[in-house]
Design a protein around this ligand. Structure first.
Ligand SMILES: C[S@@+](CC[C@H](N)C(=O)[O-])C[C@H]1O[C@@H](n2cnc3c(N)ncnc32)[C@H](O)[C@@H]1O
Length: 422
């Protein structure tokens, strides 16, 4: 039976027409209220577009050979994420999904159920009204999506326990004030961490979340590999590959440590000896350096404990190009699809190119360079990246909340290029 108010009003996201009880402003940004039974936040559409593209790539790489991808959309609300998977993935991938949709909100689930009856692959989806924490533990999963209000921490241990031998876990966090260091109390209380609120605060927040995921995984003899880490206006989203591995779990702390702003010469030497800065940075003083966990630095400028390893997988990131986003729309042809295609391309902007430099030790917020090095004004991240590439280094404009680039070039070369007016 359809819910009161059905069929409501249509809402288009990607190529999926979804019915909701009241009209949704497609261009609204920021967090949504909790009050509406038919909860759907259009500001999360980019997050859902990336989720479609990730599943498209990972189904044939990390999850190759898994015939039925056991998936839980654990806080599904009206179910738009699952519906976008079913409708926008190639049929050969979408038909491998076996999805459990769960939400506490009965009204939202009723709308999800009625929407699904219109989907050719809707029969591969089951719905449960209840607490995601219980549902997560009901079986092993290959794909877990955690999309709560606020912090994902209450769900993290359960999710890690509930992964199949190999699985993907994607989690959103909307407690951005905590994770960017502006609310130090909740950050310490929830994540046991601190974040220095400078230009890299969003990157540090993502890394604090990754460290929390790595630690939760290790408690259950699992190890994570970050696949994609994105800060998108009012929320963060990290996606990790989770493998069962006692030895990996034992060594997880090798990828957890600290970030210090304005490091001393001693800090730089320690970072180099720990493999957290390349040897070629010897003798220079970068704007930031990572230190190993046992360094336990104190005082201002310190963020952590946080993930000190690479925050994305180059192969996955490369697959998430604007062209790949456009392919979702290849068979559809309408004016509204043109707008949606524009949204989808924006959702992945710079991700594929940044793959070339994701291994680089330096993420440089260009607005911070004049304050740190002197000079007239901030350089363009595009010309800095281009200049470094012309010298043979990997360097790309970063998909980050501030104008920035990522590079594996020596810090001394970055400084020289800046001073020569890139
Ligand atoms: C941010 S919304 C999810 C949005 C949805 N994933 C989407 O893409 O449209 C958070 C949802 O989590 C649900 N929720 C919160 N705590 C929950 C819990 N412990 N178990 C199940 N659902 C929960 C809320 O009812 C709400 O629908």
């Amino acid at each position: 039976m359809d819910p009161p108010g059905w069929p409501g009003v249509p809402y288009l996201e990607g190529t999926t027409v979804h019915r909701v009880p009241v009209a949704v402003d497609r261009d609204r940004r920021g967090p949504a209220g909790k009050e509406s039974g038919g909860f759907l936040n259009p500001a999360m559409s980019g997050n859902r577009t990336r989720s479609v593209l990730m599943l498209n790539y990972l189904a044939d790489s990390a999850l190759e050979g898994v015939h039925r991808i056991q998936t839980i959309d654990s806080m599904c609300a009206t179910g738009i994420r699952t519906r976008r998977w079913l409708n926008e993935l190639p049929e050969k991938t979408a038909s491998r999904l076996r999805v459990r949709m769960c939400d506490m909100n009965e009204v939202a689930l009723e709308w999800a159920r009625s929407n699904l009856t219109r989907d050719p692959l809707g029969h591969n989806v089951s719905l449960t009204q209840g607490d995601a924490r219980r549902e997560l533990l009901s079986q092993g999963w290959h794909w877990i999506d955690i999309d709560p209000y606020g912090s994902p921490m209450p769900f993290l241990d359960l999710a890690m326990q509930a992964t199949a031998r190999r699985a993907i876990v994607s989690m959103s966090a909307t407690d951005t004030a905590a994770l960017s260091g502006s609310s130090a109390g909740p950050l310490m209380r929830r994540y046991g961490a601190r974040v220095w609120p400078d230009g890299l605060k969003h990157d540090s927040g993502l890394r604090v979340l990754l460290a929390a995921a790595a630690t939760a995984a290790a408690r259950h003899d699992r190890v994570i590999t970050p696949l994609l880490s994105v800060w998108d206006s009012h929320h963060l989203r990290v996606t990790v590959l989770v493998d069962r591995s006692k030895s990996g779990a034992n060594s997880h702390q090798e990828s957890i440590g600290w970030r210090v702003a304005n490091p001393s010469q001693e800090d730089v030497e320690l970072a180099i000896s720990a493999g957290l800065l390349p040897q070629h940075d010897n003798g220079s003083r970068p704007m930031h350096a990572m230190l190993p966990l046992n360094a336990s630095p104190s005082g201002p400028g310190v963020s952590g404990p946080l993930w000190t390893g690479v925050v994305g997988d180059a192969g996955l990131m490369r697959s998430m190009s604007e062209e790949a986003a456009s392919l979702i729309f290849a068979s559809k042809n309408s004016t509204s699809n043109l707008d949606e295609e524009r949204h989808a391309r924006r959702a992945v902007r710079n991700i594929a190119s940044e793959a070339n430099a994701i291994h680089g030790a330096h993420l440089v917020v260009t607005d911070s360079l004049p304050g740190f090095l002197g000079g007239a004004g901030p350089p363009s991240p595009y010309s800095m990246a281009q200049g470094l590439r012309s010298m043979g280094f990997s360097a790309e404009v970063s998909r980050y909340g501030e104008p920035s680039f990522r590079s594996d070039a020596p810090w001394s070369t970055i400084v020289e290029l800046y001073k020569n007016g890139a």
